[in-house]
Design a protein around this ligand. Structure first.
Ligand SMILES: O=C(CO)[C@@H](O)[C@H](O)COP(=O)(O)O
Length: 227
């Protein structure tokens, strides 16, 4: 099963509630929520208050991607704000196993995020605790960047590790995902696709159905992979 997760980083923040409900009405599955601290990454975005504000709008999963350092102290706030999945970068945690445990204690699913140059060896001793692995196909910090092709190789390696673990772990890809590369990314093993600019940049702002065709086009591409 493939899941499409629009990144609200590329949404119109002046109309964030509508932007969330519209992508879901257009067929998206998950809301991807990018948290940047101007320290771990050179950009500053949104926090738990915004997560709390969008929580009542949907029962869809809110997938919080923490690009913050240190990471542990903000986790309980996101759990209280209604996050379903909380993912973090191993470089931003001094104690990776403890951070995963903290996320789970708060009742959320836990994800580990790999930057383009971060080795998969961080998975070695925590595979049995993870619910999601996020492979970054751009360096984190900004929407609208170009997909780094090496991420395909990393996806294949990660898919092999997930399959041999026998566990149900989501394999998410994030950065430069478009209609014209989503099938190739799925063939490399991803099942969950974060897309910011490709979705939120589509159509005319006045059109309430502006996201329908891009999400449908992504699903049509994905259908060629699963069939
Ligand atoms: O986490 C990030 C960037 O750090 C991503 O979620 C981007 O927001 C994806 O944007 P596009 O590359 O799809 O425009």
């Amino acid at each position: 099963m493939y899941r499409i997760a629009p990144s609200i980083l590329s949404a119109n923040f002046a109309k964030l509630g509508e932007e969330v409900t519209q992508v879901l009405a257009s067929g998206a599955d998950i809301i991807h929520f990018d948290v940047m601290d101007n320290h771990y990454v050179p950009n500053l975005t949104i926090g738990p208050l915004v997560c709390e504000a969008i929580r009542p709008l949907t029962e869809a999963m809110i997938d919080v991607h923490l690009m913050v350092e240190p990471v542990d102290r903000i986790i309980p706030d996101f759990a209280k704000a209604g996050a379903n999945i909380i993912s973090f970068h191993p470089e931003a945690s001094r104690h990776i196993d403890r951070t995963i445990g903290l996320i789970k204690e708060q009742g959320c699913k836990a994800g580990l995020v790999f930057n383009p140059a971060t080795p998969l060896s961080y998975l070695d001793h925590v595979m049995d605790k993870l619910d999601l692995i996020l492979i970054m196909s751009v360096n984190p910090g900004f929407g609208g960047q170009t997909f780094i092709p090496e991420a395909l190789h990393k996806l294949r390696l990660t898919r092999e590790r997930i399959n041999s673990s026998g566990r149900d772990i989501l394999l998410e890809i994030d950065g430069g995902v478009k209609v014209n590369n989503i099938a190739e990314i799925a063939r490399a093993g991803a099942d969950t696709f974060v897309a910011g600019s490709a979705i939120y940049g589509a159509g005319k702002e006045s059109d309430p159905h502006r996201y329908d065709s891009v999400i449908a086009a992504m699903r049509a591409e994905l259908a060629t992979v699963s069939s």
